[in-house]
Design a protein around this ligand. Structure first.
Ligand SMILES: *Cc1c(COP(=O)(O)O)cnc(C)c1O
Length: 231
């Protein structure tokens, strides 16, 4: 098995090449290390290699890892139930998975109580898959605008989990649709909407995502190896 260091070097190089294809540089793309199910020593190894943005899909996991690992930024990337918002509201820097006004309102309420403004992304179910969370592409702008009325929440961009496919080229059209909407919303300069992050691309398809304009990629397996859910 290759080491986290080797994996990281490989990924950095792939991101660099893909970023250059879209007229950007390696440093224009944030590599978010997805540390779900990964134990603390291995996460610390990644942090020592310079990875300070960590993504988790379960609030419960952020809730304890937060106290074990210092000087990092946690991102909530998985589906978030409204009753779990309170556990992470003061622990994360960005919630990638907002797909309803109800959830945004709960985040707003909890953020207000802490005196903070929480940055969020609107999650889009780009291929309309039944098992996936997120709003349809054609409803995302309306949701972003609705959320922008909340005082303690700030829309910072869009996120998607593309279909799991053999050939990542199959997802190129979806990444392109995401980018087009990202640009469209940005052009309209809505108050309280700052189209800064386009979070898309995972181990299987991040190169295509970056070529199409992603500026956050969320990578777990490619960095830490296959996840062990038995522990
Ligand atoms: C697990 C997960 C990832 C990372 O997936 P890999 O294929 O292991 O890179 C990215 N985004 C979300 C929302 C996830 O839940």
């Amino acid at each position: 098995m290759s080491s986290i260091k080797e994996n990281l070097e490989h990924i950095n190089e792939k991101i660099r090449v893909a970023a250059e294809k879209s007229g950007r540089k390696r440093e224009d793309v944030l590599l978010l290390a997805v540390s779900k199910t990964v134990d603390v020593p291995r996460i610390k190894e990644a942090v020592e290699l310079g990875l300070v943005d960590l993504g988790e899909n379960k609030p419960q996991e952020i809730n304890w890892k937060y106290y074990e690992i210092e000087n990092v930024r946690w991102h909530q990337i998985g589906h978030l139930q409204t009753n779990k918002v309170k556990y992470i509201i003061d622990k994360v820097c960005l919630i990638h998975s907002v797909d309803s006004m109800k959830l945004a309102e709960e985040i707003n309420k909890r953020a207000a109580a802490k005196g903070i403004i929480m940055d969020v992304l609107v999650e889009i179910n780009i291929a309309g898959e039944e098992a996936k969370h997120g709003v349809p592409l054609n409803e995302a702008e309306a949701l972003a605008v609705e959320i922008s009325s909340l005082e303690n929440v700030r829309v910072k961009g869009l996120m998607t989990v593309a279909p799991f496919v053999e050939d990542p080229e199959e997802n190129r059209k979806y990444f392109r649709q995401m980018k087009n909407l990202f640009v469209d919303i940005d052009k309209k300069s809505y108050n309280n909407i700052d189209m800064k992050y386009l979070s898309m691309g995972m181990t299987n398809d991040y190169e295509v995502a970056v070529e199409e304009g992603a500026n956050i990629v969320r990578i777990g397996t490619g960095l830490f190896g296959a996840r062990d859910y038995s522990k």
